[in-house]
Ligand binder design. Structure first.
Ligand SMILES: [Zn+2]
Length: 66
């Protein structure tokens, strides 16, 4: 039987860029945005972009649970 030419393009699911301070990709159930503990939401530390949150001032952290 002829195999149907199923051309499936490689579609990367909208991979959200993660920052070092993120505990999970944005949109992960059970997680939410939180103020970056490194820059306290400023997005920068001493004039330098905060590497922990990528300069957004927020990180993705797990919520609920405990
Ligand atoms: Zn930060």
């Amino acid at each position: 039987m002829p195999a149907p030419s199923k051309s499936t393009p490689i579609s990367a699911p909208h991979a959200a860029p993660m920052n070092p301070g993120d505990e999970a990709p944005a949109g992960t159930p059970g997680t939410g945005e939180n103020i970056c503990p490194q820059c306290h939401g400023k997005g920068s530390i001493s004039g330098q972009p905060c590497a922990n949150c990528g300069g957004s001032g927020r990180i993705v952290a797990g919520i609920g649970g405990a």
